[in-house]
Design a protein around this ligand. Structure first.
Ligand code: 3PG
Ligand code: MG
Length: 398
């Protein structure tokens, strides 16, 4: 990467502002999934070991520019302290006198977590004066480890870089860009892209970009039905984006024209409603009855897609194959998760990005058998769609 790394910074006895993405799910005051916190530990431990004074900032949720205790980062401070087995101080305001005093009383290797930066509307507005107030909490050194927020041109991600001497990538940021960048730049082939989820509209750029780069694309999830309807197949009550039918036709025609292997499901699991315990049917996609909807890919499709995945040397997967939250409709997603894990063990580089597919991989206990699980949802999608991420672009060039 042509950007500075945390390894390039002289950190000893310096206050360094570290932007992380601690936008984690909470249940009351408990962090219910600490993945994003654990993933930043290599960066935090590096900074601590090198004698930096860590001023850590994040957003949590969308508090709409004013303080809201529901979105407080205080529970995250406790979690972080527990994971590092070190005290973590907390500032109840991310800017101002208290934060400043606390940052100045840090000792080498000490940690201070700031309250949610989105308690200020200036954060999302990328306000200059606010960015400057954040920068006042460090000694000219900024590290961005918030890959999950790198698609947001906000003050603590982008604005602050103008008011520090050096803005460097943290270790998680580097790891994310290394894996996702590999898929876009020099993927070992065959390179298979698996795309699922509810909507074509969320993934247009990813589909278009990966159709240029991959050797085949496997489509599942509700988005398949927009393609089926565009081809004139019956879709029953399945979820379809009627305003995307033309786009779907164009993508199908383009794939055909270029001889690109664009693979849609051949069979599926149907239900009359999205509900646990609902009766199901399995059948071919050419014969969907009028009052049923497709809620998972079927066993023939799992077998065919798994064969494709078995040949791959690079796999990128975004979006589940069905309503995997319900046991009736989780076989497709879990089947592909097993195929991707098996490909990894045969030496393929496998990358899973986007909240739902990540949850699916965790659900079947296969997370450790995937080369890289991205901490980014929107950021991973924008990156795979070929966009530049403002939070990466703003870092200091080497
Ligand atoms: C995420 O969870 O996708 C990131 O933390 C960004 O959050 P946002 O979508 O609220 O900007
Ligand atoms: Mg989001």
């Amino acid at each position: 990467m042509n950007k500075l790394s945390i390894e390039d910074l002289a950190l000893r006895s310096k206050r360094v502002f570290i932007r992380v993405d601690f936008n984690v799910p909470l249940e009351g005051v408990c962090v219910s999934d600490d993945t994003r916190i654990r993933e930043t530990l290599p960066t935090l431990r590096t900074a601590m070991a090198r004698g930096a004074r860590l001023v850590i900032a994040s957003h949590l949720g969308r508090p709409k520019g004013k303080p809201d205790p529901v979105y407080s980062l205080r529970p995250v401070a406790s979690k972080l302290s527990q994971l590092l087995d070190r005290p973590v101080d907390f500032a109840i305001d991310c800017v101002g006198a208290e934060a400043l005093t606390k940052s100045k009383s840090l000792t080498d290797g000490g940690l201070l977590l700031l309250e949610n930066v989105r308690y200020y509307k200036e954060e999302e507005a990328n306000d200059e004066a606010f960015a400057q107030r954040l920068a006042a909490l460090c000694d000219g050194l900024f590290v961005c480890d918030a890959f999950g927020s790198a698609h947001r041109a906000h003050a603590s991600v982008v604005g602050i870089t103008r008011f520090v001497q050096q803005a460097a990538a943290g270790k998680l940021m580097e790891k994310e860009l290394r894996y996702l960048g590999l898929a876009l730049a020099s993927p070992p082939r065959p390179f298979i892209a698996i795309l699922g989820g509810a909507k074509v509209s969320d993934k247009i750029e990813v589909i278009e970009n990966l159709m240029k780069l991959a050797d085949a694309m496997l489509i599942g999830g509700a988005m398949a039905y927009t393609f089926f309807k565009a081809q004139g197949l019956p879709v029953g009550k399945s979820l379809v984006e009627d305003d995307k039918l033309e786009l779907a036709s164009r993508l199908l025609a383009d794939a055909k024209h270029r001889n690109f292997r664009f693979l849609l499901p051949m069979d599926h699991v149907l239900g009359r409603e999205v509900k646990a315990g609902t009766p199901t049917e399995t059948g071919d996609v050419t014969a969907t009855p009028a009052d049923w909807m497709g809620l998972d890919i079927g066993p023939k499709t799992v077998a065919a897609f798994s064969e494709e995945i078995a040949r791959a040397r690079t796999v990128v997967w975004n979006g589940p194959m069905g309503v995997f939250e319900l046991p009736e409709f989780d076989k497709g997603t879990l089947g592909l998760a097993r195929a991707v894990a098996a490909a990894t063990s045969r030496g393929a580089t496998t990358i899973v990005g986007g909240g739902d597919s990540v949850a699916a991989v965790h659900k079947c206990g296969l997370a450790a058998q995937i080369s890289h699980i991205s901490t980014g949802g929107g950021a991973a999608i924008e990156f795979l769609g070929g966009r530049k991420l403002p939070g990466v672009e703003a870092l200091t060039n080497r």
